[in-house]
Design a protein. Structure first.
Lengths: 309, 309, 309, 309
């Protein structure tokens, strides 16, 4: 009965301007594990502690940004039921056949009112985290190769109609609203943090006129000390940093934001608390948003609020 | 759809030998928040970051140990369905009326084959974590009063028939088996770590001839540094420590175990990883159990393995 | 033979605009221990883990800034010898009688070429760190009251003629130059980090036209997690933060800078390495100063470089 | 004037039973940097963040243990003066010529009343810490190779006549007594922690009937998290662990003790406080020594107290 629907963000497909440069960045600086390349020129990565074949996929394009985001669901029965629920809610879906992405089963794809391509899937080949299933060590060499996040954690997407998006996630897909930021009118929801688990966010949205934009992909670090280490590695490799290290008031998460060589923002993140579906939503008012964004500094960083890919 | 069944360990009821001494210990050393006392002489506590009215309940008795363990479920519909499922599986249940525990709704109680009283409930009054729902701070004074764990995390129970217990949790209540230890025959499961979420354990069982025993109640700490601080506070207050600080190989969790003044073991715990229901079970073989128990030292601590309440 | 001369920064006297507000700030937000007040209206504080009676002294004035900085030397013999050495070097000194500062012995005062009043002294009453000298605990309640730094660590002073200042510290007082930043000409020393111990700095200077200015007083924190906690407390108390949390390239120290209510900058700092007098000086070139200042972000923060008191 | 005498523990020469095994252990598990081998079959190592050519030297022998311990002094003038002082105190010294140890200057050797060979030297070739002297990074790959301590920190030696040893260190060499443990009579000093800096110990002695024994060599780690990591690596490499992770009451240091493959105990250590020569000695009474040894557990670990090499 527990965790019976949507499990977690399973993959995100990102456009990069120069594939070789990006592969080098994600392998050596970010410390992801390359797990495959496909006929379409896409390169597949996973974080060291993830069990499934891939979670971060890049392809070369003229413009940076996000192609699509996929969430894993418990099984095919769940996938079918959710598709039916989506359709009944009025969302058109289409099936992408198994194998279109390496080692990944059939996907149910639809377009969010925010302009993002979103999909659900039930199957992805397990390749393990490199430590086996019998008497495993807590970590290994790969855990210290580059920034080396533990897992893909969540994404923050920018686009229009997030009130509609919220309905789909909360009323159809079973997410709950963990935190939100109100707009200047102190009424409209300007930003939403949504969870399908007891994470402080599995996905988040900010209201924005242009559809389909990516604010950041977030990777989970194991400690505040690992966030500092991530910042060191960014500096050593001349990665462009946006903000941090700092703590968000929103979610309590501790973080650094930076950009990949193509201008896709990513987050190295840790902490937060453990909300459950029975929790009440936390609200950040517009006048106090600066504290929500950068807890120690209470500063509205211009680039953070406006630059997307 | 997500997290639609059993949510989390919601309360545990513990017997102590001297109520005043225990109240002092749990308030000032452990740093729990006392939230009420009832007609039956029970004292109710919660961890500072918990939203619900209570999670740790003590009463005076001639013998230490655990009276019952309760898990919160999503809603009454879930409660009814799970009760029906339990009955169909052959488990007898009984209803305990709302209000029998302070600020707690109706509970569905049954006896596990291990001899433990276990219950499910859907309602408990929200009292908040002391920081409100609008622009909350990440922590406050109470977060540093005593050991001050974030939340009740899990329990490890000792008793017979854990193979039967596993069926109830996995086949009826929707938990999954995260890790297990095999016995000397390298086949029988001697210990089970079960999750209804993406925690490394919401409850755990060890096969043991005597029914209904408590190995420990676990409280979540926010960092390895907070575990060290917990150990300092134990020493300052002459708390009897069993093992730690150390890391478990099993679950990767970092920990100290100690006893309350009545001899009920508790754990101050952090870390671990984030398994999901689609993960495969990790197995610890008997010959390597020492590394699973105390990762740095690889030592089978006699008291840890044999003392229960 | 070891540590036979100047020991450490022993006190700093700071001007504040509103004494009551400042006392409240340094007691409750910074978490210093008030240890006395004198006839001249000065209020004396120490950090919780310091043994001597006082290290941070404030008085009310029309303008914020630093009155004087005092370093403790090993004994009176050392004090006399250093005074003689200073005089021989051409520095005029004057004696301030014992007791002019509470619980503090005779001081040898002189003016640095940078315009700062600097003094040496051998005696200050030991009041202890609150944990006694027999079987002491590692910390106690005061260690978690407010930001609660461990000790006064160092100061960064702005003023002219730092080449002259360096000679006094290195040639007369026995300090060594740990790190330095070169000016735009890549030759002149624009900033100096000086140590009389194996700390990365006991005092630091930046070349600046206006004499006698204070950039910041630095307080030592025990860990990166305590620096984060300091930032949280700053936010909770609406303290104006300048930069951080971040790591300096220079000294490797991890830090937050903020201002007291009067506009005196302070630092909550941890880390760095352990240079000794036989170490060679590390040089930061002008073109890479941004990395030296804010290692992750490589950003020249305007306020940090220009605002002094 | 500052730090004008004995600077720090500069090298320790250790006997191992199997050189190849030991080289492998110290290179790959401990993560020291091999810097040379000499005609006598000795292998030289340094910690990654040390500037001098070597600090840990091993040679193959029939019995484990320590050959000699060397402290670096400021310069040759200091070396000569200290030799004269030692001689006047009644200590016979002899000179070992420059070059007898690789890249190391002339050494002044003498035998301590505890039976240990001890030496002072002023010169050792600087090879740097691998990051250069201009715009250095805070760490690099070697900092994460194996346990990777920052530096050689101190040694604890077992032998007779430590009251005599104390006089030499405190009255001749300028150390001060930071902490001590009293014996059962609550009067005799059973253990001494001595500093020539503001470290909690540069060397320590325990009264013991057999002369010249090694309890442990200590290596400095940067954080409590790095101590945990050290314990993980010990387990991954089947290193025999004695005690820890834990905190000492004595010195407040946080630690794991383990043995190299030959049975020489070493410590991976962090923390403590910052005593100066003007501090008063802290005393641990015999009845509370267990808390001094293992702060959380208050346990007198038999092996820790009796096993030496």
């Amino acid at each position: 009965m527990a965790m019976t629907g949507v499990l977690r963000p399973g993959h995100v497909a990102i456009r990069v301007l120069d594939l070789d440069e990006a592969v080098k960045f994600y392998s050596d600086v970010m410390g992801l594990v390359e797990t495959g390349r496909d006929d379409m020129g896409r390169v597949y990565f996973k974080c060291w502690d993830e069990q499934d074949h891939n979670s971060y996929i890049i392809r070369e394009a003229d413009q940076a940004g996000v192609d699509f985001v996929g969430f894993k669901v418990l099984d095919n029965e769940t996938l079918n039921k959710l598709e039916k629920d989506l359709n009944e809610f009025g969302i058109e879906t289409r099936r992408i056949e198994a194998g279109e992405m390496l080692e990944t089963g059939e996907r149910v794809r639809f377009t969010l009112p925010s302009g993002h391509e979103f999909e659900l899937y039930a199957d992805k080949t397990k390749v393990g985290n490199g430590m086996g299933l019998t008497n495993p060590a807590p970590w290994y060499t790969q855990s210290e190769h580059g920034i080396a996040p533990v897992r893909l954690d969540h994404m923050l997407l920018y686009g229009p109609n997030i009130a509609e998006v919220k309905k789909i996630f909360c009323d159809v897909l079973g997410f709950f609203l963990v935190e939100r930021v109100l707009g200047e009118d102190n009424e409209t929801e300007a930003a939403l943090w949504l969870s399908c688990s007891h994470k402080v966010h599995d996905i988040a949205f900010v209201e924005y006129p242009e559809p389909g934009k990516l604010h950041h992909t977030s990777f989970l670090m194991e400690s505040w000390e690992r966030v500092l280490r991530a910042g060191d590695i960014m500096s050593m490799n001349e990665v462009a940093v946006d903000i941090g290290p700092t703590r968000h008031g929103i979610t309590r998460g501790c973080t650094i934001y930076a950009w990949d060589p193509s201008g896709n923002r990513f987050e190295t993140f840790m902490g937060g608390y453990h909300p459950y579906p029975d929790y009440e939503t936390i609200t950040w008012t517009w006048d106090n948003f600066a504290q929500g964004l950068d807890y120690p500094q209470r500063k509205l960083h211009e680039s953070f609020l406006t630059v997307v890919s």
